[in-house]
Write a protein of this length. Structure first.
Length: 242
């Protein structure tokens, strides 16, 4: 059909349509199509290639994530139903709902210094299962818990009770902020009133660094896009290895 794998993610296939690209994201036997005419792709898959498709139509739920339009018509996605399943699993495991938390991890907390009792085999299994469910929540949109889950994933082989309590806090945060949504806005942001900062990297390990750009990148299509990145670090968070 003329689709080629994206260089950024080989499970996302793209096809040049002249003034834009069409995309098909593949995960096992699930397809998510981004196209101005998705019905023609569905028809080709069904009629010519004999794919037995079900649930074809405007996306509303995909891989545990809800998709919808807000009042302004912006496409939005959020793992609302998935978070509810995480809460149901928590209730089944602990017999009660998690306590609400205003942040995924407490300020100034250092789980690497935890000296509480080691979990038994059953506790380790519960810990690993909860970490796995939180990692998938990150994949489908809740990147606000990424740092906390990444930190707690380090103890997945030999967790302590204190680490499990911290995982419970992350789930409590999701319970409280369960309606968080990612909105896909196509307006180009105006940064003209923000002063541009210039940095001197000469005396750092990044002196002379140059961005590596692929020579065979796809030709840009469609409207210009402004990418906004917020950068922060906490290099001395780990009191043992920092």
């Amino acid at each position: 059909m003329g689709f080629i794998p994206s260089k950024a993610e080989r499970d996302i296939w793209m096809r040049d349509c002249g003034d834009h690209y069409e995309y098909i994201a593949v995960c096992v036997d699930d397809l998510l199509i981004a196209s101005k005419d998705p019905s023609s792709i569905i028809k080709t898959l069904s009629d010519e290639h004999k794919f037995k498709l079900k649930g074809a139509g405007a996306v509303s739920f995909h891989l545990g994530c809800d998709w919808f339009r807000d009042d302004d018509g912006n496409l939005c996605y959020a793992p609302h139903q998935y978070i509810e399943k995480v809460m149901d699993n928590y209730l089944r495991l602990f017999g009660k709902r998690p306590h609400n938390a205003h942040s995924p991890i407490a300020q100034g907390d250092h789980p690497e210094l935890d000296a509480s009792e080691l979990l038994d085999d059953a506790g380790i299994q519960i810990y690993q299962s909860l970490i796995g469910s939180l990692q998938w929540a990150i994949q489908i949109g809740r990147f606000d818990i990424a740092t906390a889950v990444m930190t707690l994933s380090r103890f997945i082989a030999c967790p302590r009770q204190g680490h499990l309590d911290r995982v419970k806090r992350v789930i409590g945060y999701l319970s409280m902020i369960k309606h968080g949504v990612i909105r896909i806005c196509t307006d180009k942001p105006d940064y003209s009133n923000i002063p541009k900062k210039e940095f001197d990297w000469f005396y750092t390990c990044y002196a002379g660094a140059r961005e590596a750009i692929l020579e065979d990148c796809p030709t840009p299509r469609g409207n210009l896009v402004v990418t906004t990145t917020y950068v922060d670090d906490n290099l001395f968070h780990d009191m043992i290895r920092g």
